[in-house]
Design a protein around this ligand. Structure first.
Ligand code: NI
Length: 270
């Protein structure tokens, strides 16, 4: 069975003691690729995921500034991001977006979000979107800045209902589901996952956060993506192999992963 974790924070300090073991466990659990999110602690350090992608053939990376880190951006940030986007293993810009939960000023977040979308477009890289308490503004920015391109846009950790899913799908976006979809009270999220066309669906963990059942409350890790895959397969009435295989194909298409990584984990990439 092939399965992918399309969103993990492998650089997180919660993995400092056993990062290599966690990555090895993902490999042994059958994960074909991991996409390491590069936002880290924010500027000026923007290459935390790239370093991991350089170390492990089956790990790919993103680069970007999380909205909560918007106040740390300086004159060099955009230039540095541009340099990282040229790296052959950097497959997307992310996670970028808007977060109105933590009180970072909106007039700092929105221009950064727009600037990063422009940069992603310039480098023809897909974007991975974070949005919290900010759906309306996030979709407004994406409508004005992104819907004129065919470059994929992934809504990460989708926790909306079916109506919101339809709105996003109509805009051409991909929906990535994580551990929240396994929680007993998340029936609306499961319904959103059920109605999403299979070719627009991605799996993720967002680890070390939001571990799926039965690991809820513990540190999350890429191997647990299988629990979410199992739940979504049940909801959609397909086998977990089918769901995992399709979402892996989607991942390869969305992030332009060509020439599958050497299954031994020692091969080169192009
Ligand atoms: Ni994340």
């Amino acid at each position: 069975m092939e399965v992918v974790d399309s969103h993990c924070h492998l650089d997180d300090a919660q993995f400092n003691e056993d990062r290599a073991t966690v990555i090895e466990r993902a490999r042994k659990a059958g994960l074909k690729y991991l996409l390491a999110i590069g936002t880290g602690e924010g500027p000026p350090v923007l290459d935390v995921a790239v370093k991991l992608a350089e170390e492990y053939p089956f790990v790919y990376a993103t680069a970007g500034v999380h909205p909560n880190d918007a106040p740390k951006v300086d004159d060099h940030t955009i230039e540095d991001l541009g340099r990282l986007l040229r790296h052959p293993k950097v497959k997307a810009m992310g996670e970028i977006g808007l977060d109105y939960h933590w009180g970072v000023p909106r007039d700092v977040q929105i221009p950064l979000f727009e600037r990063q979308l422009q940069l992603a477009k310039q480098f023809a890289k897909p974007v991975i979107i974070h949005t919290r308490d900010a759906w309306e503004d996030t979709l407004a920015v994406l409508r004005s800045q992104w819907t004129d391109t065919d470059i994929p846009c992934v809504l990460h950790c989708f926790t909306g209902d079916a109506d919101l899913a339809r709105e996003c799908l109509d805009l051409g976006f991909y929906l990535a589901f994580g551990g929240v979809a396994t929680y007993p009270k998340a029936a609306e999220v499961r319904e959103a996952a059920r109605i999403t066309p299979i070719e627009r669906l991605l799996l993720e963990t967002d680890c070390p956060y939001l571990a799926p059942a039965p690991h809820r409350g513990k540190r999350n890790e890429p191997a647990f993506v299988l629990n979410t895959a199992q739940t979504l397969a049940e909801v959609r009435g397909v086998t977990v192999e089918h769901l995992a295989g399709q979402t892996t194909k989607n991942f390869e298409r969305v992030f332009a992963i060509e020439g599958a990584a050497d299954p031994s984990g020692s091969g080169s990439y192009t």
